[in-house]
Write a protein that binds this ligand. Sequence first.
Ligand code: CA2
Length: 159
Amino acid sequence: MAKRATKSAAKPIAMKPIYVLNGPNLNLLGQREPEIYGRATLADVEKSLAARAKALGSAVLCLQSNNEGDLVTWIQEARTMARGVIINAGAYSHTSIAIHDALAMLDIPVVEVHISNIYKRESFRHHSHISSVATGLICGLGVKGYELALEAILADISK
Ligand code: CA2
């Protein structure tokens, strides 16, 4: 006969967050080129992502750096500390083999986000070193892309 627990000793286990990594110049979001990137600031985006994650029973850890090495370090950290990664590596998407290599070591879902449609822009933005090691790619949908990426990761890990 199945044994029934007499005590409900279940304690909430701190859930690993989804890492949201933003690369160079994205700290200036909302301050320049609004026709391309919109008017929301990075703080706005991070705040609404945190609220959306909470509503979906999850959490995000949002980090931004203008330095390639910081992004590599956070991706390495995500191997054990995160349930998924949303990454907009900015211009490093088009140049960084180090970020590609770090992402290739992850066994968790990775969604690459670009606010603008990189394929409608200069040809040097048409190739991303990240796409080949990402689970999926969202681009050209503005800052809404971050929220869509969050939903995609949560759907993926609940499969
Ligand atoms: O569309 C995107 O999200 C990009 O990743 C943004 C990068 C760009 O280098 C990529 O090709 C596409 C960063 C662009 C510069 O960042 C700014 C942010 C706010 C305001 C002005 C520039």
